[in-house]
Design a protein around this ligand. Structure first.
Ligand code: ATP
Ligand code: MG
Length: 561
């Protein structure tokens, strides 16, 4: 885990205050409560790091609770993906819970509320109820069913449960206050009829509890001490407390809801609903498409759990929403991969170099360090021969003094190898350079200790031996959206800002040491960036995803405008 911070965030201050005014440390308990209606995204990482981080700081249990009250949208696939992602981030939950485990208890409590005259069955259409809701400045009006007799309410509620009614015919509402300044307190719905099979309770139920009725009561059942959620629930806190008042018993832990700001990331959307739209409309291939801001997409792209945790810790917890630039996330993955990723050579836009003074048919295996910054990383051998690939952009026939790469008459060092000099080049009928003829200096071999091996030349290029090169599919990504905040435009849908060029697929030529890489292996292609082995790889063809470049080119682009 990352280093302990010295200052406390505002939620930690709340906990510290509670500990001073009577809470015992042993009573602290937290939860992370995703709805299994999609995959977790980078915004969730903030909530996960917050809740599980608090668990670690206070030695308190943290439950993973699935808020599964809407069978229309929830699936086992999402439950599995969420568990996998939380574990992958490196966190351990105390117990795995489901709001659906509490359906019986919630039903019994609802019956209790009916008996106490605090809940009633409303048999109006949702449109009728909406017109009675009033406005923030105008009180609502009572439903004609508001004063239904307790017996009749009980009977109807039971019939709802027994499946005797169609969807939309009746709802159970809490009887609170139709003139409350908080619209959510104007007799909120507690149950609705849904004739849908649930991924866990199957067809046991055809009435399902609403979020507000479920969440606080679930916290209470689990004896969660602090229930942290995002700001959109701030207005729900009154209701959370009202529902708790109805069931709370002395001497039990009374959960406390507090809110923090959602985290938004630039050039993407962080909302399960919107991400689902990208998957359904085929803009991306799947929830774990490497362009997605989902945890599984980031994993596939090559992100490490630590880089995501470091990012979440750096941005911390805030009271107000703001936009975090995606380059900060990229900074963290680059920073971590720089420490751990082995260095290898691969050429993505090949230009053939022929060493005219290197014997035909000969080859040698040169020693190459796996990570010059890490002496424990060891070394490997790379083959060198008469025909090599370098990057097209590393050669120019003519160039000014600032071009430290290869030009006619000029010299460069081939990484881990020899100094070469470009003598001539060949072009096709369109004038494109197809081959460069060079001579190599046999005495300049890196690491040989000779005077020539220490000779300094301005440029060092990466390369691969043509006949040993491994062909691989390389997927290169750009921002998924061309706009910084695609989902904040009033007149346009976020889909309108999808970048049509967010994926480029090319063939790369890699050094043969990469033959046996495994899925999710991460490497640095020297001078190019960090790359990760994609699960689409087969025995015949390795597929690499570009995680991130070596430098923050984005900042430069945006500076230029
Ligand atoms: P959607 O993204 O579709 O709106 P959601 O954010 O409501 O889904 P939930 O599964 O309900 O996702 O969220 C689980 C927990 O993660 C909640 O406590 C929620 O407040 C928190 N959370 C969700 N999105 C973010 C975000 N962008 N930043 C911080 N916390 C978040
Ligand atoms: Mg939500």
């Amino acid at each position: 885990m990352s280093e302990e911070r010295e200052s406390l965030n505002f939620l930690e201050h709340i906990i510290e205050e509670d500990l001073q005014t009577g809470y015992k440390k042993a009573q602290l308990r937290f939860r992370f409560p995703p709805e299994p209606n999609g995959y977790l995204h980078i915004g969730h990482a903030s909530s996960i790091c917050l809740n599980f981080g608090l668990g670690l700081r206070y030695g308190a249990p943290v439950n993973l609770r699935f808020d599964d009250t809407n069978p229309a949208k929830e699936e086992q696939e999402f439950v599995d993906a969420i568990k996998r992602d939380v574990e992958w981030l490196g966190y351990h939950w105390d117990t795995e819970r489901y709001a659906s485990d509490y359906f019986d208890q919630l039903y019994d409590w609802a019956v209790l509320l009916i008996k106490e005259g605090k809940a009633y069955i409303d048999s109006q259409s949702s449109e009728e109820m909406a017109t009675q809701k009033g406005t923030p400045t105008e009180a609502g009006s009572a439903s004609p069913f508001r004063n239904r007799a307790v017996e009749e309410n009980l009977e109807l509620f039971e019939s709802m449960k027994a499946g005797k009614f169609e969807e939309g015919t009746h709802v159970l509402r809490a009887k609170i206050d139709m003139s409350s300044s908080n619209m959510l307190m104007r007799d909120p719905i507690m149950y609705r009829i849904l004739h849908k099979a649930h991924h866990r309770t199957n067809t046991d139920w055809c009435i399902y509890p609403m979020y507000d009725w479920t969440h606080g009561e679930s916290d209470y059942i689990e004896q969660v001490s602090h229930s942290f959620c995002t700001l959109e629930f701030a207005m729900h806190r009154d209701l959370y407390d009202w529902f708790l008042d109805q069931v709370y018993e002395e001497n039990k832990m009374r959960p406390k809801q507090r809110e923090f700001a959602r985290r938004n990331l630039s050039h993407t959307v962080v909302s399960k609903r919107k991400l689902a739209k990208l998957v359904e409309s085929g803009v991306v291939s799947s929830w774990d498409d490497p362009r997605m801001p989902t945890i599984s997409g980031l994993r596939r792209r090559g992100y490490t759990p630590q880089s995501i945790r470091n990012f979440a810790d750096t941005i911390g917890i805030a009271k107000r929403e703001n936009l975090i630039d995606v380059s900060l996330l990229e900074f963290h993955v680059r920073d971590h991969l720089n420490k751990i990723a082995p260095r290898v050579m691969g050429v993505l836009n090949p230009l053939k170099v022929v060493l005219t003074n290197y014997p035909e048919g000969e080859e040698e295996w040169l020693e190459a360090e796996n990570n010059p910054g890490d002496e424990n990383a060891g070394s490997r051998k790379v083959p060198f021969s008469r025909e090599l690939y370098i990057e097209q952009e590393d050669f120019k026939e003519e160039a000014n003094r600032k071009f430290f790469r290869l030009k006619l008459g000029g010299e460069v060092r081939l990484k881990n190898g020899y100094i070469i000099k470009a003598d001539s080049c060949t072009k096709d009928t369109n004038g494109n350079i197809t081959e460069v003829q060079c001579t190599y200096d046999p005495k300049s071999k890196s690491g040989s200790g000779s005077e020539e091996s220490l000779r300094k030349v301005k440029g060092t290029l990466h390369w691969v031996s043509v006949k040993h090169a491994l062909e691989a599919e390389i997927r290169i990504y750009d921002r998924l959206f061309t706009d910084e905040s695609p989902d904040t435009h009033k007149d346009k849908d976020f889909i309108d800002f999808v970048n049509p060029e967010s994926l480029e697929v090319i063939t790369g030529y890699l050094e043969p040491s990469l033959k046996n890489v495994q899925i999710e292996d991460r490497v640095q292609f020297q001078r190019l960036g960090y790359f990760c082995v994609d699960p689409d790889s087969t025995a015949e063809k390795i597929v690499f995803n570009k995680t991130v470049g070596l430098r923050d080119t984005w900042a430069k682009i945006t500076e230029k405008g």
